[in-house]
Design a protein around this ligand. Structure first.
Ligand SMILES: Cc1cc2nc3c(=O)[nH]c(=O)nc-3n(C[C@H](O)[C@H](O)[C@H](O)COP(=O)(O)O)c2cc1C
Length: 647
């Protein structure tokens, strides 16, 4: 049997879990405005249960909507009105054989005063990060009240049918704020000594045990290592182990080991440059000292690695976070020997960007159906072998071909290159982009399995497509690089970013990269690695405009090692042999000497192509970049939606 360890049953307290795969809690903001589980949220979790996961620990669930509102649509168990929705959620998950815990949460200092109308509470008055709003130290009465709210929420969860609860003690939320000498400056019995800093959670555990008995499983999620060594008072691995042992002695049933702090979120949820398993020493240290089972995330993108972690004795249960966004069928596909069809999370962080930077519901770049399962139920199988043609085998084309084939259409996919993948075959070339290669392989495999008629090295013409007599043409021909009409643009030392990335333009010396969106920065990193000296020119006031800061800081951190010249607020106006001329925001001119110029100014669709196909073939549906230039998320979403609804 493949993945012998992954598919062994597991035990948490008296509970038997069907395998060793745990979906870790991930906020989605899919709940209703009052915190009730919505149909959207229920269908989303149901899909993961159906996909074979053993245990779902659902997203952070508020215990107190008076003093803790970290997001607009947080799921809650803070009032009796929430029980009915939670019960529906639990039933939907149980129906597919998975178990479910609720992660009980108080945001502490990360609660938003704009949403609660009051100053946030915490152990003391230390903000979550320098410059963030200052919280108010809790009085003893407030401590008691919040503890009671945790217990009441656990009671509601048990009533709703949950298999257990998890206390969220990781990532510097309220419980973590009490744990931490950095955030907890109290001098009463809830601060100072280790025992005192543990008292807040210890009394919650006692309260839950008193009301619900020994048999109702309790998990605690902690940051095993906050990985913030530069800040005194934050918790390191030794501190984490001490907390783990303490909680075990307190009688909890399972420890969910995460990492990171309010000052280092990357240690919890990492961008694409972090390699799978980079933090496995932390979980392994817990596994070695604890008797109770250990759950741990480890940047797991495929079942082979999950199995390896179990074999190595890193944990008892593998924690799958974003992999469950990317492909809810991860576990079932692994079981069925179809691992090559699993869409991997690519670490692009669009999920976090939506939630944390934009205050919007979570989306996934590689799974456009995620969070929309209620609107996009199982595919209508009404293709009836009708012919459709997809022109272009990039992310949009592959996604459209897959969905149309799922629906029973007879799909011909034409690709002018010798291999499928389109822009994905460029996107995976910059450093650390191996996950994009993995995604490309999975997307190609999916269309193969569905029997799509793939024709590579076939440059589609309107006449050729017309001869295939399709009912519609899905035009996924991508977009062309934007080349501004500027003096000197035609010079031989002016190159396109995509040519650098593809290895067609091999440059040396001093290179100016014009435009610092993601492609510009990735190109700059490649050029830096080739030994070029870099000048980054950006028209807008900051380098990397619009890029989610976690990703921007990650890549800029590496680029800064090349000591680039950074020119934000500079607009390219002219290229002359040996230098570029720019206009600054204040209207003054600037000039720098460069050997090469690389343009990374975005892309734009070519409407003439769509018109030509329309004239010859009738119904033409531009998708992805051919409709509107965007990232992988925009391409797959557009393709999915149009292929899903096509009639
Ligand atoms: C959008 C998003 C929301 C998250 N919300 C929570 C949460 O509510 N509670 C929690 O303990 N961790 C949360 N996490 C962290 C995940 O549970 C997990 O630890 C992290 O994504 C790393 O695991 P992965 O590499 O498998 O994704 C969240 C992560 C993401 C991406």
């Amino acid at each position: 049997m493949p993945y012998e360890k992954l598919f062994q049953k597991g035990r948490i307290g008296n509970l038997t879990i069907r395998n060793r795969a745990v979906m870790t809690p991930m906020a989605t903001d899919f709940a209703s405005p009052d915190g009730t589980a919505s149909m959207r949220l229920i269908r989303y979790y149901q899909e993961r249960a159906k996909g074979g996961i053993g245990l779902i620990i659902n997203e952070y669930t508020g215990v107190d909507h008076v003093t803790s509102i970290p997001a607009l649509f947080q799921l809650r168990a803070s009032s009796d009105v929430h029980v009915a929705g939670l019960e529906m959620l639990v039933d939907a998950v149980h129906a597919h054989g998975a178990c479910i815990f609720a992660q009980l949460h108080h945001a502490g200092s990360t609660s938003k005063p704009a949403l609660t109308g009051q100053q946030a509470l915490s152990a003391s008055d230390v903000p979550i990060a320098p410059g963030a709003p200052i919280p108010r130290p809790m009085t003893i009465e407030e401590i008691r009240e919040v503890q009671r709210k945790f217990v009441d929420a656990a009671i509601r969860c048990q009533k709703a049918g949950y298999d257990g609860v998890e206390l969220h003690g990781a990532h510097s939320y309220l419980i973590g704020q009490f744990f931490s000498p950095y955030y907890n400056k109290r001098s009463d019995e809830y601060g100072g000594s280790f025992e005192n800093r543990m008292r807040f959670i210890a009394e919650i555990i006692d309260g839950i045990r008193e009301k619900l008995g020994r048999r109702f499983p309790i998990s605690v999620r902690i940051s095993g290592d906050e990985m913030t060594p530069q800040v005194p008072g934050t918790l390191n691995l030794q501190d984490g182990l001490q907390i783990g042992l303490y909680l075990q002695n307190k009688g909890i049933d399972v420890l969910n080991v995460s990492n990171g702090s309010g000052l280092n979120a990357n240690a919890n949820c990492d961008p694409y440059s972090y390699k799978p398993g980079w933090k496995k020493h932390v979980a392994k240290a817990f596994k070695q000292v604890l008797r109770i089972p250990v759950i741990a995330t480890n940047t797991i993108k495929d079942p082979d690695f999950a199995e390896q972690l179990l074999e190595e004795g890193v944990c008892d249960f593998v924690g799958l976070g974003r992999s469950q966004f990317a492909d809810p069928e991860f576990v079932n596909k692994a079981k069925a020997g179809r691992s090559d069809e699993i869409r991997p999370c690519i670490g692009c962080m669009v999920c976090r960007e939506r939630l944390l930077a934009k205050g919007m519901t979570v989306v996934c770049a590689v799974n456009p159906r995620m969070g929309r399962e209620h609107l996009y139920p199982d595919y209508r199988k009404n293709g009836m072998n009708r012919k459709v043609c997809v022109v272009g085998g990039g992310p949009g084309g592959l996604e459209a071909a897959r969905v149309l084939a799922e629906r029973g259409f007879q799909v011909t996919l034409l690709e002018k290159q010798s291999v499928l993948g389109g822009t994905l075959n460029l996107a995976d070339k910059p450093p650390h982009k191996e996950l994009v290669t993995k995604l490309t392989k999975a997307m190609i495999r999916q269309v193969e399995v569905l029997g799509v008629d793939v024709r590579c090295e076939t440059e589609a013409t309107p006449e050729m497509v017309k001869a295939l007599a399709p009912e519609a043409v899905f035009l996924a021909t991508g977009a062309a690089p934007i080349i501004p009409k500027l003096p000197g643009i035609e010079l031989a030392n002016v190159h396109l970013a995509e040519d650098v990335v593809a290895g067609k333009a091999k440059l040396s010396g001093k290179v100016a990269v014009i435009g610092t969106g993601m492609t510009g920065l990735e190109t700059a990193e490649m050029l830096g690695n080739m030994g070029c000296r870099l000048t980054l020119v950006e028209m807008l006031p900051e380098i990397g405009p619009g890029i989610y800061p976690v990703i921007r800081n990650d890549i800029l951190g590496r680029i800064m090692a090349f000591e680039p010249e950074l020119l934000p607020g500079h607009r390219l106006v002219e290229i002359v042999p040996g230098s570029i001329r720019m206009e600054k925001a204040d209207g003054t001119q600037a000039e720098v000497q460069v050997d090469h110029v690389v343009l990374s100014l975005g892309t734009a669709p070519n409407p003439a192509l769509a018109e030509a196909f329309e004239t010859a073939c009738g119904r033409v549906i531009p998708i992805g970049d051919a409709a509107q230039a965007g990232r992988i998320y925009e391409a797959t979403k557009d393709a999915f939606d149009k292929a899903y609804h096509f009639d």
